[in-house]
Structure formats: C-alpha cells, structure tokens
Ligand binder design. Structure first.
Ligand SMILES: *Cc1c(COP(=O)(O)O)cnc(C)c1O
Length: 428
C-alpha cells in the first residue's frame, strides 16, 4: 500500500520551507511582541478573539492606578474624549479614513442599528434595504429589525456559502428604490473578500448607500475607506484589531454624509452641548452625533497597543503576511489534511480571501474540541465548518506546520486516510 501524501515527509519538507519563510519575513520580530501563551498552545482563532499584545497589561495597570486613581479625577474630561481619540487613531492606522470620520463606542450590533437607521434618514423616500444571507446572524437580525420598525422592505440576496457574493446577483438586487445595502467585507464563514470599489460602483450607480461590516477585515486587510469612497461602516475591534474582549466597536461615517445621517439613540454624548443640560435634543454636527452615553474608558484604553503594532508594521505589510500565511496553510492542508476528509470551503483565489480560511468536516462539532484538547484552538462554525485564522502579526510559518501536524494526528482518529492511489475514493 502506498503511504498517504500527507505523511511525515510532507511535513518535514514544509518545516524546511517554513524556516526559510520565517527567516526572510520582514515582520518576523512581531510574534515576540505578544504576551506568551502556555507552552505548546497554538492559537488559530484570531477571528473570534485577537491575541493579547505584550504591552497591554502594563498599560491597563497604569491607566487604572495612575489615571483612574488620580488624574482622571483632576483632568475631568480627558477620558470622555476617548471615543474620538481612539476613533481617529483607528482611522489613520487601519482604516485609511480621515480624522473626524470614526468613533469607538457601543457594540457592533448597536452601531449597525444606528447606521442602518441613519442610512434610511440619508436616503429618504427609498423603500428597500438589501442584505445578504451569509452575514452573521446578529447583523441580519438588527437590519431586519430596523426595516420592520421603519416599514421598509427587506431584500435578501444569496451569497454563495463558499465563494462569496457574485456581482451580477448584487446588481440585480439594487435599484432606485434601494436606500442601503448592508454587507460584510469578509464573510464571517467562508472568508470570501469582496472588492470594495466594485460593490461601491454597483450600488452607487443606483444612488444607494453601502453600510459595511468590517469585523473580519479590520486589522488584517489593507482598508482604504477614503480612497474607495466608502459611505458607512461598523466593525468589532476584538478580532484582528486585538483590542480585547468587549472593547467597543468602531463606527465610520464619511464626513459629507454626517450632517444628513441622523441616528435614533439620542443621548447626551451625541448632543451638541453634552454638559449644558439643554432640555431639547440638538445633535452634534460632527461624528460625535453617533455617540450615545458614557464611554467604557478602560476597555477603550486597551485598544492602543495593538494599533501601535499595526501602525508600526504598516497595513500593506500586514495584508501581505496574511496572504502568505493563508496561502502556505491552504497548500499544506491540501496535501496533509484533505486526504483525511477535510474539504476546503472558501474561495480558491488568494486575492479573494480575507484573513481566515474554512474547511468542512461532517463531524466538525466533535473535531474542534478534540483539537483544543491537543492545544490547537480553532473555531467551529455550525454545523460543519472549521475556521482557521492565523493572526498576521502573531503567527510564524513554523506555527502553521506544527498546527497542521497536530490537526492530522487528531483527524487520523476520526477517519482513516484515503490512499493516495485512489484520488476519487471515499468522500469522508
Ligand atoms: C464579530 C461580529 C459581530 C459582533 O457583534 P457585537 O454586537 O459586537 O457582539 C457582528 N457582526 C459581525 C459580522 C461580526 O463578525
């Protein structure tokens, strides 16, 4: 019997290649700038919680003891400006947006609620909201809720579960009655990456707005919101942006849209004069109008160290590393894991990929805890997907070889390898 292709020889060869790739990686020092994890643990779940930068614990300690403990009390308002200060930092470091176009506050779902409603205000008279069927359930629930509350029609376009949204499908779903199209730039499931400029062209041609969910893109994809003329966006900050669990989400509105886009959750932080105790609500003319209440200053402070790392590396280099990592991983998984019944479930072309890759396995729900027991952490996307998301700044190519080796050992307990001589053989 022929040895399966994914045998130890393939892994040894990959390990040699990984050493060469790591040696000439311009971002090679960055994995050393994250807090260490327990010995032998491999984290490929950066799409659900980004790694902890080594600088974050000391920063938080300083913020709590020195700033909360003393200066906050005296300086009064400084911490209250964090939503804009951190927003401007994100705009510059990772979004390609201008100052005054981004704030950080609330969670992604709430920001999506605010901006879906704001988009309807900015496009009065248009009666349709377009979403796709591959976005995260929370986004679809929120948008459907806004549409129902405001008596707009909800049109759902079909996104291919593996290859992403097709532009012809989008084009046929948008017309002059469309107010806004809500889409994830990177599919949370397949990892398919849309061409932002192409989507803008299709949707703007009908006079509608695009509201992006950048949760699985920001911190890993080189975003250029200003240059591509993006209208509005939201994103979680605790994934590839590595701002920590529960860090407030970001919210972006292009400057010229801000004055005509009113959001519905009126609180004092969105008021023109928040501390003047005016009886009537008068929204601030700037991006501040999208805020509502007091910012969680400690969580927001934790966003800075990762932004420092991403700014230092540069987003073009981060994206290049991310593509190199997912390219190396898919090639190795193809040789070593697919013979054991793992099926690729994302776009084949590297440039159509975001920072994660997914695979199907009929027993994914059992496989993922078994991998965790082997100290390899990945995500299970029910029912049958496994998501692998190597953090571009924190992952070495050698880590991927180790991860694939461990993955193979676990898979080998689930199903016997298909002999290489019978490529059309057993399916799972
Ligand atoms: C991570 C993620 C969210 C998170 O929503 P929260 O309201 O911040 O919990 C929402 N939408 C998408 C597409 C995501 O990937």
């Amino acid at each position: 019997m022929t040895a399966p292709e994914g045998g130890p020889a393939a892994l040894r060869k990959a390990a040699r290649r990984a050493r060469r790739l790591d040696a000439r990686d311009p971002l090679a020092p960055f994995p050393g700038r994250f807090a260490p994890v327990p010995d032998g643990r491999l984290l490929l779940d950066g799409a659900s919680l980004g790694r902890l930068p080594a600088a974050t614990p000391a920063l938080l300690d300083r913020v709590v003891r020195d700033e909360w403990g003393s200066r906050f009390a005296r300086a009064g308002t400084q911490w209250r400006d964090l939503p804009q200060r951190i927003g401007d930092r994100m705009a510059e470091a990772v979004l390609g947006a201008r100052p005054g176009e981004v704030v950080a506050g609330d969670c992604t779902s709430v920001n999506l609620y605010k901006l879906t409603a704001a988009a309807l205000e900015a496009r009065p008279g248009r009666r349709t909201v377009v979403v796709d069927d591959d976005n995260s359930p929370t986004d679809r629930h929120v948008v459907a809720g806004v549409a129902a509350e405001r008596e707009r029609a909800l049109r759902t376009v079909h996104t291919h579960p593996d290859t992403g949204l097709d532009m012809a499908t989008l084009r046929s779903a948008v017309d002059e009655d469309t107010a806004v199209v809500v889409l994830p730039l990177v599919s949370p499931r397949s990892g398919a990456l849309l061409d932002m400029a192409q989507v803008h062209e299709v949707v703007h041609a009908q006079g509608a707005l695009v509201l992006w969910d950048l949760s699985h893109a920001v911190g890993a994809v080189d975003l250029q919101l200003a240059a591509t003329g993006a209208d509005m966006a939201v994103a979680a900050t605790y994934k590839h942006l590595m701002a920590g669990p529960g860090c407030p989400a970001l919210l972006y509105v292009r400057r010229d849209l801000q004055a005509c886009a009113a959001q519905p959750v009126h609180g004092w932080y969105g008021h023109r004069e928040p501390f003047a105790a005016r009886p009537r609500y008068d929204p601030d003319p700037t991006i501040r109008r999208f805020l509502t209440g007091t910012p969680p200053a400690l969580s927001l402070a934790a966003a800075e160290p990762a932004l420092d790392l991403l700014a230092e590396a540069g987003m073009a280099a981060v994206r290049a590393k991310s593509l190199a990592l997912t390219g190396f991983l898919t090639e190795l998984a193809g040789a070593v894991l697919e013979p054991y019944g793992l099926r690729p479930a994302g776009p084949a072309a590297p440039e159509r990929r975001g920072p994660h890759v997914t695979y199907r396995h009929p027993r994914a729900g059992k496989l993922v805890p078994a991998l965790a027991a082997a100290e390899l952490f990945v995500d299970h996307l029910p029912p049958d997907r496994v998501r692998l998301s190597p953090g571009p700044l924190s992952t070495r190519f050698a880590d991927l070889v180790e991860a694939v080796g461990r993955f193979r050992d676990v898979l080998a307990c689930f199903a016997p390898a298909r002999p290489a001589a019978e490529p059309g053989g057993r399916a799972s």
